[in-house]
Write a protein that binds this ligand. Sequence first.
Ligand code: 5GP
Length: 182
Amino acid sequence: MTGKLYVLSGPSGVGKGTLRENALSSKKNLVYSISCTTRKPRNGETDGIEYRFITHEKFEEGIKQNLFLEYAHVHSDYYGTLKQDVINELNSGHNVLLEIDVQGALQVREKIPEAVLIFVAPPSVEVLEKRLRNRNTENEENLKLRLNNAIKELELKDKYDYIIINDDLETASKELNKLIND
Ligand code: 5GP
């Protein structure tokens, strides 16, 4: 494998998506691995762009066939990274970025110890709640679920190689880009 693997995690609403977009537009050799999920597409999401949206049955078939580099049950749905996709990109010399949850990141660390693990944290849980509410993508029940998961994820941030506090987006973006090779 010649490319480098970067894993970006952090609670829902922390701004990972924007940081990821900024990194992808400024690093020519960086590709994003599109995850599979059983969650339903949100408004504006397209199959094959944000995620590959698949059924529970298909996902469980993939688990049985050992197709996933990592997978996890997050917020009551499955999410996972296809192994072959990542290996092909790394072998062709591309750096690969995964945006996955903590459970998945720790699985990647076991399988590919040289992967660089980066955690994006909010300045506080209160700020995170405010951002999630402003985003307006979740109902109250889902929002509570995401906040509870966020608190659990934050407890595991010390297992990462780097922690970026996303207080100011521009600063956080610069920090992330500094960690990623050109
Ligand atoms: P969302 O539903 O908001 O798009 O994502 C929910 C959570 O699932 C986020 O924390 C995201 O990083 C995580 N996630 C997305 N794709 C994957 C994946 O392939 N594997 C794992 N383990 N988590 C993922």
